[in-house]
Write a protein that binds this ligand. Structure first.
Ligand code: CMP
Length: 828
């Protein structure tokens, strides 16, 4: 029975079974994994009962094949884990995750440790399984499977940040739990010594080492993408190879956590890689990975659930009560984290406030899934495990997973309903009605125009438009009296519609190749945030979210830091270029939004609301203008380049449309059309490359811009340039803080800074300097100095400052004269 034909028969039979389940799950309104568990257990029962079935029939053969499956413990880990992890990490929006990385990391790592400790100590105090075995069980059940909760969150329109938190937490807690599990398993099964101090260090080394290996391999693959010449299947294949290679290479050659390596590799490919692979690959890659993930998830579930009847048959009352204790302990651990840690994170300002009802859903929805089962199966199939340990882990984990599925999984929807989270609020209803009316009105207009243009009979046109009559009547009613909404609510609805339209326009521009992907990704995320903020906090929320979209992101800050500390300027240049482009594109769409609000929103929401919305758009527009002009001031050439690129992309799009039309109408033949397209691609080959912004001005170049140095002979200037360190600051960055000890002074090579003297701030521009007083007098800094625009500074450390002055009496006099004037003004 062991020939390969039967193995294929068994696996494909299982796949055939799984293909029937998703549809059934939707019909029964149950989470998919619950149905998988039921199907698997039923299959397990049939496998056990196969001796009563006639031999030689296909069904009996199938069951016997399943009974004979022997998948080794390693196979479970090596075969299934990389796929499961890579797939879920790939689906994560890394930019969004990085915005909330602090709460996600804290939630993930602490949640795992809390769960491991609570479960471990509770069980070991109540049973005679050793502490390590109990801790291991705790680590196994610490992984959460977010699929069900996230599915429901999407349906009820929960805030995106909450969804991100749950998704990110589950991904990272998988990594943390598996890393802990591997170490505990090493101690328990491999006879490694238990040293708790070393354990923590070891854990950190493995975790961080895994992250490094994974990130490095991910980046390597991203650099390989362009060599594959846009072959979609080749690119996808490379990602599959990466999933397994990062896992294996990390584990085997670097002795770090393969799981973490795999997750990091996926995060790198999912973020940085997206801009490097061909645009078509993107969607197909998601499809391919979705498929692989579905197979891995379904097979693990079925294989594990098939063991359920056998495990339960031998289960004693003692074990049943242990599972109950385990269930309560894990729930308690989740309660501690969601009920205690999350509010704490909110209180210190790193996480958003989460509604109590949502918290309950996050806690109750912490179901466990394929990863817990795979880890348990790995122990069960390990020849080094004793029978008692095997029973303990198999019964504990399977029983527990089933309980979370059957108790939490089946009641999650009821709870959501009971908490009234699934009801459309007045606001949502208002939004839906108006969005619908808007769409219907547009379609109605368009249908009539097409009908007339094509010379169709009036009655034929009417037959079509009549179908929209009820909605149009409703629209009229909405216009007469602004429906059931108050003025504030109308504004919320209007802002949400505005954001939706903004999203549509970004997306259309992206599809037409007018806006590049990386820019659109940021713009879409920002707009999503604006919409959520408007719906939850109206005008105030919208304004504060708008301000947030203007902030410099973590990449820019990291870029500044790297540039300052290590002289590495690539990241800074790339993030500045991206910000520039993002602002420019946002500016263009905001202009369109003014029209949209005048033409479409005014009739739908009334004059008063539309004016408020217009003012908010204008407010955003002027913030964008301000930010743009700060950048333009510093990089005028790049600003021009961006504008001509934008226009170039529009030109390319027009060209494309024309050729497509010619081809469609057979004005030109296929070959000519191809040649034209080829010409077009050559002409515009440089359009899609990310813009290069030159931030790497050397100290020598900058020194020339400071009048104090410009007069010096070249050799002296070169000597000074060696002492000065170039540094860039962003608008609003504090450079010098009042009251601090001074260890350097600064020359402004370009840009401007403001000295915040109470009541009479002083602006300093290109060529001027500051921070000299503290160095001359030895007193603390006497004022805050803040960067006004994008400033390029030259920093001179205290020791070099003293040497410089000692060797150049003229410069000493010049600086001291300015300093004396400033001090005198201070005394006034
Ligand atoms: P320091 O005291 O080291 O740090 C704050 C700096 O602000 C100070 O040096 C001066 O360089 C600058 N500063 C203080 N007062 C004035 C002023 N009235 N005009 C211009 N710059 C000033």
């Amino acid at each position: 029975m062991h020939n390969i034909g039967f193995i294929v028969f068994g696996i494909t039979g299982l796949l055939a079974l799984t293909s029937l389940l998703p549809g059934m799950a939707v019909r029964l309104k149950l989470p998919y994994s619950v149905l998988l568990a039921v199907a698997g257990s039923a299959l397990g029962l049939l496998v056990a009962a196969r001796s009563y079935m006639p031999e030689g029939v296909m069904a009996t053969d199938f069951l016997t094949t399943l009974a004979d499956f022997h998948i080794s413990s390693e196979a479970f880990l090596v075969l299934f884990l990389p796929t499961l992890l890579f797939e879920s990490a790939l689906a994560i929006d890394v930019r969004r995750m990085m915005n909330d990385i602090a709460p996600i990391l804290v939630m993930a790592v602490i949640a795992v440790v809390v769960c491991m400790l609570v479960v471990g100590f509770t069980l070991s105090s109540l049973s005679d399984f050793g502490l390590i075995a109990c801790l291991m069980l705790g680590a196994i059940v610490a992984t959460t499977d977010p699929a069900a909760v996230i599915g429901i969150f999407r349906e009820i329109g929960a805030p995106k940040r909450l969804t991100m938190l749950v998704e990110g937490e589950s991904l990272l807690n998988d990594a943390a739990a598996i890393a802990l599990f591997s170490m505990l398993a090493g101690m328990l099964l491999g006879g490694e010594e238990a040293a708790w101090g070393g354990l923590i260090v070891d854990f950190l080394v493995k975790f961080l080492g895994g992250a490094l290996v994974g990130a490095a391999m991910g980046i390597g693959v991203c650099y390989l993408f362009p060599l594959l010449k846009g072959f979609v299947s080749a690119e996808i294949t490379l990602t599959v190879a990466l999933a397994y290679l990062s896992f294996f290479v990390g584990e085997h050659y670097f002795h770090v956590s393969g799981v973490v390596a795999c997750v990091l590799a996926a995060l790198v490919v999912g973020s940085f890689g997206r801009t490097r692979m061909s645009p078509r690959t993107h969607e197909q890659m998601e499809g391919a990975w979705g498929q692989l993930g579905f197979w891995a998830n379904s097979l693990i579930f079925l294989l594990a659930a098939m063991l359920v009847p056998e495990i339960l048959r031998g289960t004693t009352w003692m074990e049943v009560s242990l599972i109950l204790v385990l269930y309560c302990a894990a729930l308690l651990a989740r309660l501690v984290v969601v009920g205690g840690l999350l509010p704490l994170l909110t209180a210190i300002g790193v996480a958003e406030h989460v509604d109590n009802r949502m918290k309950l859903v996050v806690m109750w929805g912490g179901m466990r899934g394929a990863i817990s089962l795979a880890l348990a199966l790995a122990v069960v199939e390990d020849p080094r495990a004793t029978d008692t340990l095997r029973d303990f882990i198999a019964t504990g984990v399977t029983g527990f997973v089933l309980m979370t599925l059957f108790i939490n999984g089946t009641t999650l929807r009821l709870i959501i309903h009971w908490l009234k989270l699934d009801r459309l609020s007045v606001l949502d209803r208002g939004l839906r009605d108006r969005a619908l009316s808007l769409a219907v009105e547009e379609i109605d207009d368009e249908v009539r125009t097409i009908g007339r243009r094509e010379g169709l009979e009036a009655t034929a046109i009417q037959a079509v438009t009549a179908r929209y009559a009820p909605q149009l009547a409703q629209l009229r009613k909405l216009r007469e009296r602004q429906g059931d909404l108050m003025l504030d609510e109308l504004l919320c609805v209007g802002l949400a519609m505005l954001s939706a339209q903004e999203e549509v326009r970004y997306f259309e521009n992206f599809k037409d190749g007018i806006m590049p992907r990386r820019v659109v990704a940021t713009l879409l995320t920002d707009t999503g945030r604006l919409r959520e903020a408007a719906l939850s906090d109206g005008r105030v929320g919208y304004q504060s979210a708008a301000r947030q979209t203007m902030r410099h992101d973590w990449r820019m800050k990291l870029g500044i830091w790297l540039n300052h500390r290590l002289g590495f300027d690539r990241l800074l240049a790339a993030s500045l270029a991206e910000r520039f482009e993002t602002l420019l594109n946002r500016r263009l769409i905001l202009e369109e939004m003014l029209n949209f609000s005048r033409e479409r929103l005014t009739p739908l929401l009334g004059e008063e609301t539309a004016i408020e919305i217009r003012d908010l758009i204008l407010e955003r527009g002027s913030a964008v203008d301000e930010a743009l002009s700060a950048l333009r001031l510093q990089y005028p050439d790049f600003a021009r380049e961006l504008q001509s690129r934008y226009l170039g992309r529009i030109a390319r799009q027009m060209e494309t449309e024309r050729y497509d039309e010619w081809k469609e109408r057979a004005i030109v033949g296929g070959e000519v059309a191809d040649a034209l397209s080829h010409d077009r691609d050559l002409r515009w080959a440089d359009l899609d490359r990310a813009g290069q912004l030159d931030v790497a001005l050397s100290a020598t170049e900058l020194v020339e811009r400071v009048p104090l140095f410009a007069k010096l002979p070249p050799d002296k200037r070169a000597a000074i340039a060696r002492l000065l360190k170039p540094r860039m600051t962003l608008p609003g960055d504090g450079i010098v803080r009042r009251g601090q000890r001074g260890d350097a002074m600064f020359f402004i090579a370009s840009g401007a800074a403001v000295v915040l003297i109470p009541g009479k701030p002083v602006e300093l521009g290109s060529g001027e300097f500051f921070g000299e007083l503290a160095l001359l007098t030895g007193q603390p800094r006497n004022a805050d100095v803040v960067s006004l625009g994008y400033c390029r500074l030259l920093e001179l450390e205290s020791r070099d400052f003293q040497n410089l002055l000692a060797g150049d009496p003229e410069m000493k006099r010049a600086i001291e004269a300015v300093a004396a004037g400033r001090m005198a003004r201070h005394r006034d």
